[in-house]
Write a protein that binds this ligand. Structure first.
Ligand code: VG1
Ligand code: CO
Length: 541
């Protein structure tokens, strides 16, 4: 039972992307691979000697084994203490909460989020800072640089930790606390939302369906909706986290949460439907026959958050990622609060929240959250919607109808073209960037390009910059499209095309129909077919 220092060689390609390092599970299982990255991570954050870390993940295949490796390496690198969710489980927002409230030095979260799990699917790891949020680029760059020079790693060699039993034990000199992964999170939710009012609404007959997609939110949603708020057993479906997510693709959108969608669009639909992703930070909200786009969900929450006790003083400000629709901008304007635009990825919101500039953030990719943690939060969004429904007495379709009547409707859709050869995707982006300057004035059907650029962000808090965050083409009148390549995929490239147009008159169009001219113009300008051979997207949200 000793600390071993194991010689290793740098491994290529360990560059963390939008949300940490994501690779095929078998890559992580390769000799020294995880160990190399974890050592680079510890070194990149300035060492872990004397530090306290939170460790946990979404329960996907390899989660438990990887947790043991991380604990053994934390012990060998001199960490004072690790706080670990029982059975190595922690949703991403729950981990963020523990990192913050237990005043730790950060945490290691194991997840590939909404990507499928299993030995032949995806695995991932990321470091979160003491504020509970994902590491900024300066830190992930330092980690990446370290992976290139690493020659050895340190690991405690001894019996593994019993992850299933709550309590305190030791690994070498390091203390290990196994805690209930759900409890502190439930307390946090109780402090923000009107649980008695929601319970009353459920007692009054509101039927809820929560699809946990065999991923991490099952235990959280069951404890909150069924055990605490009194919803009947069976409200939460696919509620047990499984290593392969039961074969489901745990991405809460109409394509992958099709069972929920079928039920919600059916004759006997419950009054409220919702789903969350692999690691519990995403959400989808659906009413009976009424799909709520994530951009609209953010806007509705912005307009109504003051109805929840935790937000009764109003919002400090709001922020959305650049490709997210401007629906929330219109609400912010009406409320007289600031609205920030940031690049894709939750890490950009952290500085704004820490600086007290915003309390609500959201992305078009089914991510919504607030400054209660520093991650997006799926169960939080569900409870926020339920709180708004309880406070207003209105259904999801009524809330949407009222919202559009007041603010107009930003018709919105995202088209994903998946598994494109990386060189083709890069060539497409390079050609598009090359012609941006000449696009102004170009006419495509009824649309005329007003301006086009490659989005660059200047962080107003720390002055850091991030370039090449997505090409945007804006038409006269305000319709627009945005194109960028995904930073979270593990095979080939995924091209994301984001489409938006504002309507103040016609509020009940089918979104794809409302966006037809923008879609046609986008294809003509980008040349998606010429570059990739693709004419239609793989996933539409
Ligand atoms: C996607 C989404 C982005 C989100 C990221 C992480 O990134 O578009 O909005 O922040 O996933 O979400 P990309 O680079 O593939 O477009 V999750 O639920 O990993 O934490
Ligand atoms: Co996620």
């Amino acid at each position: 039972m000793t600390i071993a220092t194991i010689a290793t060689a740098p491994i290529d390609g360990q560059k963390p992307g939008t949300s940490g390092l994501r690779k095929k599970c078998r890559v992580f299982m390769g000799e020294h691979y995880l160990e190399n990255f974890v050592q680079a991570m510890f070194d990149g954050i300035g060492g872990v000697a004397g530090k306290t870390l939170v460790v946990g993940g979404d329960g996907r295949y390899h989660n438990d084994v990887a947790t043991q490796t991380i604990l053994a390496m934390a012990a060998a690198n001199g960490a004072a203490r690790c706080i670990v969710g029982q059975n190595a489980l922690l949703s991403t927002p729950a981990a963020s909460n523990l990192i913050r409230t237990m005043k730790t030095d950060g945490g290691v979260i194991l997840s590939a989020s909404h990507n499928p799990g299993g030995i032949d699917e995806d695995f991932g790891i990321k470091f979160n800072m003491p504020n509970g949020g994902p590491a900024p680029e300066s830190v992930t760059d330092a980690i990446f640089e370290r992976t290139k020079t690493l020659e050895a790693y340190h690991i405690w060699q001894g019996d593994p930790v019993d992850l299933s039993t709550l309590g305190v034990s030791t690994l070498g000199e390091m203390q290990v606390n196994i805690i209930d992964p759900v409890e502190a999170y439930v307390d946090l939710m109780k402090s923000l939302f009107d649980f008695p009012a929601i319970a009353e609404m459920i007692k009054g007959g509101l039927r809820i369906r929560f699809d946990a997609m065999c991923a991490i939110t099952g235990p959280y949603a069951t404890r909150i909706l069924e055990d605490t708020l009194g919803a009947p057993a069976g409200t939460v479906v696919h509620g047990t986290p499984l290593p392969d997510f039961g074969g489901m693709h745990p991405d809460p959108n109409p394509t992958w949460a099709h069972e929920l969608m079928d039920e919600m669009m059916g004759a006997d639909a419950p009054g409220f439907g919702c789903a969350s992703d692999g690691d519990g930070d995403r959400n989808m909200i659906v009413g009976p026959n009424c799909y709520v786009s994530p951009s609209d969900s953010l806007a509705v929450i912005a307009a109504n958050a003051h109805l929840a006790p935790g937000y009764s003083d109003g919002l400090k400000g709001v922020a959305r990622s650049m490709p997210t629709s401007a629906a929330v901008d219109r609400v912010a304007e009406a409320l007289g609060i600031d609205c920030y635009e940031t690049p894709t990825g939750w890490k950009f919101f952290g500085n704004l929240m820490d600086d007290g500039r915003v309390s609500l953030c959201g992305e078009e990719s089914f991510g919504t959250g607030s400054d209660h943690v520093r991650e997006k939060d799926g169960v939080w969004a569900v409870l926020m919607w339920l709180n708004i429904m309880a406070a207003t007495g209105k259904s999801v379709p009524e809330l949407m109808g009222d919202h559009w009547a007041r603010f107009g409707r930003n018709y919105y859709s995202r088209h994903d073209f998946e598994a494109i050869a990386t060189d083709k995707a890069d060539a497409l982006m390079a050609e598009l960037r090359g012609k941006l300057a000449g696009l102004s004035g170009r006419v495509e059907g009824p649309l005329t390009v007003a301006h086009a650029d490659d989005y660059a962000y200047l962080d107003p808090v720390d002055g850091s910059t991030s370039a090449q965050q997505g090409v945007r083409v804006v038409f006269e009148g305000g319709a627009r499209f945005v194109v960028r390549l995904s930073g979270t995929g593990t095979s080939g490239a995924t091209l994301r095309l984001y489409l938006e147009t504002l309507e103040t008159g016609k509020l009940d169009l089918e979104p794809q129909a409302a966006l037809r001219n923008v879609i046609t113009a986008a294809h003509a300008i980008i040349g998606i077919e010429a570059h990739t051979g693709r004419t239609a997207p793989d996933v539409i949200t």
